[in-house]
Every structure is written in structure tokens, then in C-alpha cells.
Design a protein around this ligand. Sequence first.
Ligand code: NDP
Ligand code: OXD
Length: 320
Amino acid sequence: MTDKRPVVIDLKFAREAVSEALKGAFPGREVIDLADSAHAGRDLSEAAYAVVWKPDPSLFSRAPGLKLLFSGGAGVDHLLSLPGLPDLPIIRFVDRSLTDRMSEWVVLNCLYHLRNMPLYQRQQREKIWHEVIRQPEACDVTVGVMGLGVLGLDAVRKLKVMGFDVVGWSRRLKKIDGIETFDEDHIDDFLARTDILVGLLPLTAETRGLYDSSLFAKLRQKGALGRPVFLNAGRGGSQVEADVIAALEKGVLGGASLDVFEKEPLLPESPLWNMDNVVITPHAAAASDVSVLFSHVEAQLTRYERGEELQHVVDRWSGY
Ligand code: NDP
Ligand code: OXD
């Protein structure tokens, strides 16, 4: 195959970022950006490829000739849940800078809770000068990372460099130097070791609602931090938010950092906003760099049109 067939863009990202990144992207190929009003009602029957983030499902009936679908992010739950999704290869976004940013978020938030920052922030607001005497070291604290894929593997290595004791959990057992790992059948052993739980799982039928009261109750109590802490930057659908709130209120959890929520944006009435020991970021742990995304898509299209094997193809059966 040698022809450069058109690519449709349906990315619910910041408009300026997409428009800027489209300048010079996909040389020699027609680009149909559905956010551009000039393309409203446009015939998409010639389009062969689509780059999407939370697309309008009508895309699939409007563009029946699609051959490949590219996710604008690492996660693909936004696509797999869509009605009328055709049975095409889905390629997800895997990128060094996205991975680095996620690890920054994870390390930052682990350190934030380790170093009593929620308390010091409150003291700062109240002009209180009081040093916490009991200060555990990173090596006294076990960080348990759920999900040892592209993001989890990078995060565990960087947490280790910071001195944390690190354990990891994934569906299939992984072998990682210096890190104790557990498979899906040994989740309770993993949780019993964990002081700071880090969620980096995709949202699938198996991971939906996984972070609930019964899971929080299995985390190590009376560890070096006193009470366990919960971090989630995977997907909000994996957390039962009412249970997160209850666990924080009852002291089963000593703190949390959440980048993802059951419903985004987080509703103004959520008690999470006002909890001193909770850090909230607006699904911003590791946003896609749109220029890099388009370069990744171009690289995969070159492979495809040369008849080479595609990379980062989603396993539809597993859901990630
Ligand atoms: P990968 O597909 O590379 O890794 C997924 C990991 O989760 C694998 O280790 C996999 O196990 C594990 N896993 C999946 N299902 C289960 C299960 N049922 N039980 C146990 N382990 C399971 O994904 P990435 O690391 O690239 O990304 C993870 C998620 O992070 C994305 O799907 C997305 O939802 C989220 N994300 C969030 C961002 C943000 O800004 N907040 C940015 C980017 C991504 P195994 O290794 O055995 O297959
Ligand atoms: C992603 C995200 O999946 O930003 O890449 O959530």
C-alpha cells in the first residue's frame, strides 16, 4: 500500500494546542479536523485513519472506510465504551515525555505525603511555626504501585531512586530488579505491605470500582506514616469515590492525591475539595503533547503503509 489516505482528527483537547500542532503535521496527507467549522457535515467516506480523544460516536458511521484508530492518550477506555465502535486496530499513545510527567506526579505526591506537606500547608495558612518531630525516611515507607505497564514501570524505578521501598502489582507477574512484585492472585499480600498505594491501572471491567472500602481496609495500618495514603492517576472509574471519602473521614486513609475522578470535572459539592489531607489535580498528571502525538501517529502510518507491524496496539479482549 503506498497511497497517503486522509486522516480525521477528533480530539477534545485545548483547541489552540491542536491547531498549533496541526501546522506542518501529516505532510502530503489530507487532514480533516472535525473541530474546524469548515468541515461541518463533510463527507468522510475517504478517510482511512482517525486520531481521537473522546470522539463523537457518529464518526464511525460517517467514516465507514476507517482502517486504524489512534487514541489521543495512553488510555483507551474513552474509545472502547463507544457504541458502534468498529472492529479495527486501536493504537494507544506511548511517549517518553508523557511517561516522565506521570512519574513526576507520582514521586511528587509520594514525597508530599511523606514530608507532612498537608499539615505544613495548613500551618502556613494559620501562621503556625511547629516542626513535626517524627519524620520517617523514604526507606521506612513502602509504596505499592498497582499497574506495572509503561507508566508503572517507570514510576517504580524513580520511586526507588528516591529511596522508597517499592512493591508492585499487575495482572501477570513481572520480574523487576530490586522490587518485590505480586500478580493478581496475590493482591492481599501486596496491600498488606503497602503504606502509599499508587493507582496506575487502565479502566477495564476488572478494574472498575476496585479501590473501595474493602481494599483500603487491607492496606498496612500503623506503618511508618501512621495511616496509609491513596494516590490515583489511572482512571476515576476505578475508585468508589464515596468509599475514598468515608475512608478519609474515618481515618482508614491518612491522605490522598487524586488526579482522576468518577465524574470529571469533579463536582463542586464533592467533600474532597475541602479536605486538608487531599491533593486534587484536574486530570493533569500527564497530558498528551499533541505535536508528539501527531509524530507518533505519522510513524505508525508509515509502518502501516509499508506493510510493517504496528506498535502499541490495544488488546481489545483485555481492554487496554
Ligand atoms: P499499560 O497498558 O502499559 O499498563 C497497564 C498495567 O495495568 C499493566 O501492568 C497491566 O498488567 C495492569 N493491569 C491491567 N488490568 C489489570 C488487572 N485487572 N489486574 C491487575 N493488573 C492489571 O498502561 P500505561 O501504564 O501506559 O497506562 C495506565 C493507565 O494510566 C492508562 O490506561 C490511563 O488510564 C492512565 N493514564 C492517566 C493519565 C493521567 O494524566 N492521569 C495519563 C496517561 C495514562 P499486565 O502487565 O499483566 O498486563
Ligand atoms: C491518557 C490520559 O490516557 O491523559 O493519556 O488520561
